[in-house]
Design a protein around this ligand. Structure first.
Ligand SMILES: [Zn+2]
Length: 141
């Protein structure tokens, strides 16, 4: 039987989008929420994957992100200020949009979650209560 299971993770993080023409250019924070969904064939006990395995895979990511300020390589002034003043930084390889964060989390989770019975993986990040970015991976694609 093919089934989808999901686990939710949460973290608090500051960021800014230096390229943005509106309010997202300013340093601000979000209470992020992400739903990690794993699709696959159930085993002989009726499980796709243990929820604890999803949590174990996601915990290091939450540890890195939580109460940090995400900075991108173009934002040298902000990075310098945060480092100088001892703030926790999450050095991201690109802009910290919800789309980019979702794609990064998905890539980080793939090695440990995409086992032989797994056919799909998705990460949906809610940056606010009403705004989300959703990325998916499928074994068929
Ligand atoms: Zn934002």
């Amino acid at each position: 039987m093919i089934c989808r299971v999901s686990k939710e993770i949460r973290w608090e993080m500051a960021h800014r989008l230096p390229f943005h023409d509106g309010v997202c250019r300013s340093l601000h924070g979000h209470s992020y929420r992400a739903v990690i969904e794993v699709e696959g064939e159930t085993d002989d006990k009726g499980m796709v994957i243990d929820f604890q395995d999803i949590k174990d895979a996601a915990d290091p990511l939450v540890m890195a992100l939580d109460h940090s300020c995400a900075v991108d390589p173009t934002d040298r002034d902000t990075t310098e200020f945060l480092k100088t003043n001892g703030h926790k930084i999450f050095q991201f390889h690109t802009y910290s949009t919800a789309e980019n964060l979702a794609a990064w989390i998905l890539e980080q989770l793939k090695p440990s979650l995409c086992r032989s019975n797994i056919t799909g993986l998705s990460v949906k990040i809610f940056e606010t209560c009403t705004s989300a970015a959703h990325v998916t991976w499928s074994r068929d694609a």
